[in-house]
Write a protein that binds this ligand. Structure first.
Ligand SMILES: CC(=O)N[C@H]1[C@@H](OP(=O)(O)OP(=O)(O)OC[C@H]2O[C@@H](n3ccc(=O)[nH]c3=O)[C@H](O)[C@@H]2O)O[C@H](CO)[C@@H](O)[C@@H]1O[C@H](C)C(=O)N[C@@H](C)C(=O)N[C@H](CCC(=O)O)C(=O)O
Ligand SMILES: Nc1ncnc2c1ncn2[C@@H]1O[C@H](COP(=O)(O)OP(=O)(O)OP(=O)(O)O)[C@@H](O)[C@H]1O
Length: 492
């Protein structure tokens, strides 16, 4: 792209050196810089990107955007000084990728729990009904049925987001479902992205180490809704959970039309007569356009909410008949690692789930209780170097189980024993063990179990690694559980 066009919208304090004529890519990561790149220095939580300018130039950067003067060889690269590189990167990303969200119908889903599940269902409803759709979130980037890349974050940085939207548009995609995290909103990872519909799942205790209080956390989340602008050519909607205690907070802070969903309160899309079966759930869907019987493979009340959110979102924005959407729900699979049942020869009912908040764990356990014939054993963990206040609350939620194994999801740099001690404080009974090694924790759960017991392994879902110190070490709860059950019950 022509460099002058690219930087035309920037607020520039100073320019040093001759600008290159063209820029072929933009990066904030010196390790990913290629020839004729623009490198933008971001001052992060761990390091300051200004330190990597030399490496960026060695890798081919010909233009540097920074917040202060840096000693560089101006024969190799020009330096542009701006007041705030976090703001500049949003402008550069939108300009470089030519505002792709304007050409797409973009669904943003936020809330403490359910973002991956709701976006996955939205994408499924769209593709099943003949639309070309992409998914961006914790499970990476997917266009229709093809997976293109994995993701480090639920909501990636603004450059990645604009790039993925641009790729979607280039590949003929018309609709994108995107997970929106509170960190993403707070850190401007969505600045310049134009959402058509914003959907709220729920709000409960999480990330308070980062946001400070539930009020601050809600104030961050609500930005997705308050930033929906009223436009003449794009009708926008906010889809809100009527049963969530934060409903009023959200509905007051958005300028667009609200569509509600829920189970207990009066709502535009409401589920009644919910029946939980071993292999799924059925309910009656009440809508302004009539009533429909819904049948799904997904388990638990929380998934009824997720389905309501997805149907309300897609129906409100698209003109797909509800009858067709309801039919598509029948074939919607659970996202990987979300209440995923592991078929095994040991006669145990083993579930892998991504619950890593107290609310999610309670909901996951509640979805299994109707089928409990024998013991319920729960393996639950939490992450090191993250919100410590969540730890005893997770153990309180797990205490509903007959036996609990407290373990660790991602130790990071923290002492494993400290994490276990914090978890242990919440245990409401003595039927538990603390096992820091997650593999041994899963093994112990299976070893302790009897036929017909339910084993819930919560916290990591299908994540293929554990973060130990700053390294990702290969790990897979499902593989470990299946190997252990084969080894422990070879003759069953
Ligand atoms: C605390 C936090 O949010 N950190 C995010 C932040 O990283 P950071 O500020 O630490 O970055 P840094 O390592 O200091 O680097 C600063 C700059 O130097 C650059 N750099 C760095 C090293 C180098 O050699 N060369 C170089 O150029 C980096 O590319 C960067 O531009 O910016 C990165 C890029 O956007 C994010 O990937 C990273 O998320 C980390 C991995 C993370 O764990 N974040 C969590 C807390 C998070 O964001 N979670 C949410 C919610 C998940 C949920 O739903 O529960 C999410 O959306 O994922
Ligand atoms: N609507 C919901 N309400 C409460 N808990 C839920 C809901 N949907 C899913 N869960 C629970 O939360 C776990 C994570 O679900 P999901 O991945 O859809 O949420 P998420 O918001 O995307 O999480 P994250 O952003 O941390 O990846 C599930 O495995 C399940 O235990």
């Amino acid at each position: 792209m022509n460099t002058y066009d690219l930087i035309s919208a920037l607020k520039i304090k100073q320019q040093i050196g001759q600008l290159p004529n063209v820029i072929s890519s933009i990066s904030h990561n010196s390790r990913q810089v290629t020839d004729n790149s623009l490198f933008i220095c971001i001052s992060g939580f761990t390091v300051d990107g200004h330190k990597f300018v030399t490496e960026a130039i060695e890798n081919g950067a010909t233009c540097i955007v920074a917040e202060r003067e840096i000693d560089i060889d101006t024969n190799k690269a020009a330096l542009i000084i701006v007041p705030d590189t976090n703001k500049a990167i949003a402008t550069l990303a939108a300009t470089f990728y030519n505002h792709p969200s304007h050409a797409l119908t973009l669904y943003g889903v936020t809330g403490t729990n359910g973002k991956t599940t709701v976006t996955t269902i939205i994408k499924h409803l769209l593709t099943q009904n003949g639309l070309s759709a992409a998914l961006i979130g914790t499970n990476g980037f997917q266009i229709n049925e093809d997976i293109y890349s994995s993701s480090n974050n639920t909501t990636s940085d603004i450059l990645t987001n604009q790039h993925l939207l641009y790729e979607s548009k280039n590949q003929g995609v018309t609709h994108v479902a995107m997970e929106v995290s509170s960190h993403g909103l707070e850190q401007g990872r969505l600045w310049g992205i134009d959402f058509s519909v914003a959907t709220f799942t729920n709000l409960s205790h999480e990330h308070l180490d980062y946001h400070g209080s539930m009020e601050e956390y809600a104030a961050t989340k609500v930005q997705l809704f308050s930033s929906l602008s009223i436009q003449p050519n794009k009708q926008k909607f906010a889809i809100l959970n009527r049963d969530d205690s934060w409903y009023d907070f959200f509905q007051k802070r958005t300028p667009v039309q609200i569509v509600s969903y829920g189970i207990h309160e009066e709502a535009d899309f409401r589920a009644t007569g919910i029946k939980y079966h071993k292999d799924g759930t059925t309910f009656e869907l009440l809508t302004p356009e009539g009533n429909y019987r819904v049948q799904t493979k997904l388990m638990g009340e929380f998934n009824v909410y997720n389905i309501l959110a997805a149907i309300a979102t897609v129906y409100t924005k698209e003109s797909i008949p509800l009858k067709k959407l309801v039919k598509s729900i029948e074939f919607t699979p659970s996202p990987p690692g979300r209440m995923e049942k592991l078929e095994n020869d040991g006669g145990r009912h083993i579930y892998i789930d991504y619950a890593h908040t107290p609310d999610a764990l309670t909901k996951a356990i509640n979805s299994l209780l109707p089928f409990k014939q024998n013991k319920l054993i729960v393996v639950v963990g939490t992450g090191g170097d993250r919100d410590k206040s969540i730890r005893p609350l997770l153990a309180i939620a797990a205490s509903v189980a007959d036996y609990v194994i407290l373990t660790i999801n991602d130790p990071r740099h923290e002492d494993p024993n400290k994490i276990l001690q914090d978890l242990e404080k919440g245990m409401l009974h003595h039927q538990y063990a603390c096992i820091a090694d997650r593999k041994l924790a899963i093994r112990e759960a299976i070893n302790r179990s009897s036929p017909d017991d339910i084993i819930l392994i919560a916290g990591k879902g299908k994540e293929p690694y554990q973060i130990i110190k700053n390294k990702k070490v290969a790990h897979n709860d499902a593989t470990i559980a299946l190997e252990c059950s084969k080894e422990l019950f070879p003759n069953i």
